[in-house]
Ligand binder design. Structure first.
Ligand SMILES: Nc1ncnc2c1ncn2[C@@H]1O[C@H](COP(=O)(O)OP(=O)(O)O)[C@@H](O)[C@H]1O
Ligand SMILES: [Mg+2]
Length: 688
């Protein structure tokens, strides 16, 4: 421990005032001792011979006169292989390890090394003896998950350094010295695979910063078309409580086209983080086929953890992102919620008795927020490759009022704004991004003219809707009404068939049971094989599929795409065949082959093709498997009258019965065009 020891002269919540004799520095880490426990703290202000420190833990039991040891180091994180797939708290303690040590209730004053000291990494040297290097240059690499983790010249070394000694290829732990470097002055530095970096200082061991211009595909339709995010750009998602900020970030963290995702849960409810922790290891990354967690890190500082550590968690997160950017990777940082972080700032500023700004936030709030978002960006590294850190932060203003200081300060620095709207989330139009309030300065993947046209429709539709509030639907001209309907059409604004999960209700016990696969979503027309082992369902715009018919394991998490184009399948009562709408105007059948490891449909072929404009939908097998019933009618979309919808009458639609053993043999059994479309065969009770 250091010999620079001060003593506590005042305690105000998490803020302690410490009288010191030897010099201390701003942002230096100190440990306040009470009995056997040493509580980590950071110097946030120095005045005269007193330093003020924010303690990252509960300060109960600390008293005036207790010693504070100044470490001489700034608040820093450990950087090296083994960060991926980890769950840390705001001070970079690995949470699972901490739990192993402390049990369910974490004890204060317990700090662990972020990286595993035992684990061996397969090191391949890249720099050779005699090479001249500067900070950030690669000494060697180790494989970490699917990436090549670069072991770099420590970022804090300035000037040129010559390799005096380089370790041979081999298997080493992170503390092994992989190189010795010497500078012009003759200083020698041993370099291991770990380096420390102060969290409040951006890592700048790159050649130059570039403008973010390449779109980052998030796979959320409204974002990618209307309000694109750039790779290396920064954006924010403000929205009232419960409007879907966290869910939107979770969706983005799974599907966004980046190498690494860091989720920083800052002061939000613990339950949501638990969900992420449970789900991520089980989800497969669509790009690599491996567990999603392998490319994800989580920094978790929930509402139940000490407030002061929230501030640290945001900086810890962005520093780790910058570190991976130095390896030429594209990193996405999702911070939820920056408002909770700002509240921590406000709390501390109040204790420091600083002059308050708007709504009692500190007057420097804007510059703190700007400095955080500035750490995102695209950089060209010294070896010519590029890396990026994209930052998406949620803001949760009280009452959804975007005029408050945190939202306003954030708006000044971000390049895209995805404003969530209470009305939309109440109407379950997810994601509830308001298409008129939101904006983006980044270029997208969709043709600009088309975006402009679509936005014009939305704007005009909004005008008509305002007008309609006054004059009513009757007072609105048909032309205006059409504009309104177009603007409300969900294709522009929302995901359709947005369902989440599958629940099975047991009639005998009356109990509901959620399907074990929590990733099931956007399913419709679910049927089952007669043995109850498989559900067959259509998915639309969900689970990584644009559209498809899936075989979903009833008791497990396996999902197979049956790779038959179309929707609305029905399994024959003997479980051997499947019938489905192979297009809007055709009906197909095929045989289910579930014998192999890959569940599939063999011999798929159309049994009915209907001339346009008469569509075919809503299929049902007869109990003996000899016929299929279906409905047929013209496509005409009116207010709430899309014929594809279930449970509504659509004009001109009739019930028909077809013979699946041949082609185009069918009869219409209703002819008045007034059917409700979904026919269902009823087996007659057996009589002797
Ligand atoms: N995209 C979505 N699809 C389906 N449901 C959603 C979606 N977004 C939000 N929800 C629903 O809204 C609830 C609240 O969302 P959440 O993200 O926790 O809100 P916030 O973080 O803004 O407080 C979720 O639990 C979920 O039921
Ligand atoms: Mg939330």
């Amino acid at each position: 421990m250091s010999d620079n020891v001060g003593s506590i002269v005042g305690i105000n919540g998490n803020l302690i005032t410490v009288k010191f004799d030897n010099p201390v520095t701003q942002s230096e880490v100190g440990y306040a001792r009470t009995g056997e426990t040493a509580l980590k703290a950071e110097v946030i202000r120095i005045r005269g011979e007193n330093a003020e420190l924010q303690v990252f833990e509960d300060t109960t039991g600390l008293k005036v006169g207790d010693p504070v040891e100044f470490s001489g180091n700034l608040l820093a994180v450990e950087l090296g292989p083994g960060l991926l797939a980890q769950v840390f708290d705001g001070l970079q303690n690995p949470l699972p390890k901490l739990a192993e040590q402390c049990g369910f209730f974490l004890q204060r004053g317990t700090y662990l090394k972020a990286l595993d000291r035992e684990k061996k990494w397969t090191y391949t040297p890249r720099a050779r003896k005699g090479d001249e290097l500067t900070a950030g240059d690669t000494l060697g690499t180790v494989p970490e998950g699917i990436f090549e983790h670069r072991i770099m010249v420590p970022f804090r070394l300035t000037g040129k350094w010559r390799v005096e000694e380089a370790a041979a290829a081999g298997s080493y732990n992170v503390d092994h010295v992989v190189a010795r470097l010497r500078n012009e002055r003759g200083d020698i530095r041993p370099v291991t695979m770990v380096q420390e970096w102060p969290v409040k200082v951006p890592i700048k061991a790159y050649a130059e910063r570039k403008r973010p211009v390449e779109p980052l595909v998030t796979k959320v339709r409204i974002i990618d078309t209307f309000f694109p995010v750039a790779r290396g750009g920064v954006y924010c998602i403000p929205g009232p409580f419960g409007a879907g900020k966290t869910v939107l970030q979770q969706i983005t963290s799974r599907h966004a086209d980046v190498d690494i995702v860091l989720v920083a849960a800052c002061g939000e409810r613990a339950g949501e983080v638990v969900e992420t922790l449970r789900e991520f290891p089980e989800l497969t990354d669509p790009r690599t086929g491996k567990s999603l967690m392998e490319r994800t890190m989580i920094i978790c500082n929930t509402s139940s953890m000490p407030v002061a550590a929230r501030e640290a968690s945001v900086y810890t997160a962005v520093t780790i992102c910058e570190y991976y950017r130095q390896m030429g990777l594209n990193v996405l940082l999702l911070a939820d919620s920056t408002s909770r972080w700002a509240q921590a700032l406000r709390e501390m500023s109040g204790r420091l008795e600083e002059i308050p700004g708007e709504e009692a936030f500190p007057a420097y709030l804007e510059s703190v927020i700007a400095a955080f978002y500035e750490r995102g960006g695209v950089v060209k590294l010294k070896d010519g490759t590029t890396g990026s850190v994209t930052i998406g932060g949620t803001v949760s203003p009280a009452g959804g009022n975007f005029d408050e200081p945190v939202t306003q300060a954030t708006l000044k620095v971000v390049g895209a704004f995805h404003g969530l709207n209470r009305e939309r989330s109440d109407a379950r139009r997810y994601p509830a991004i308001h298409p008129l309030d939101s904006w983006s300065k980044y270029p997208g993947v969709v043709d600009e003219q088309q975006v402009a046209d679509a936005r014009r429709v939305l704007r005009q539709g909004n005008e008509v809707s305002q007008m309609m509030k006054v004059v009513g639907e009757e007072g609105t001209s048909i032309e205006d009404f059409v504009v309104y309907l177009k603007s409300e059409f969900e294709r522009f604004t929302a995901m359709d068939f947005a369902t989440k999960g599958v629940v099975v209700h047991d009639l005998a016990t009356g109990r509901d049971q959620s399907h074990p696969n929590a990733d099931l979503q956007h399913l419709y027309c679910i049927g089952a094989t007669p043995d109850g082992k498989w559900y067959l369902s259509t998915v639309h715009a969900g689970m990584g599929f644009a559209h498809g018919i899936l075989a979903i394991q009833a008791q497990g998490s396996q999902v197979f795409n049956l790779k038959i184009p179309g929707c609305r399948s029905d399994v024959s009562p003997d479980g051997k065949r499947i019938a489905w709408a192979s297009g809007d105007y055709s009906l197909a059948i095929g045989e289910l082959d579930f014998s192999g490891p890959e569940r599939r449909v063999v011999n798929p072929h159309d049994i009915l093709v209907s001339p346009k404009p008469m569509k075919i939908q809503h299929i049902d097998w007869s109990p003996d498997g000899r016929y299929v019933a279906f409905s047929r009618g013209p496509y005409k979309k009116g207010l709430g009258l899309a014929p594809s919808l279930i449970g509504i009458q659509a004009p001109g639609w009739d019930i028909c019965v077809g013979d699946p053993s041949t082609t185009n043999r069918w009869v219409a059994i209703t002819t008045d065009g007034k059917s409700n479309k979904e026919a269902d065969w009823i087996p007659l009770p057996k009589t002797r």
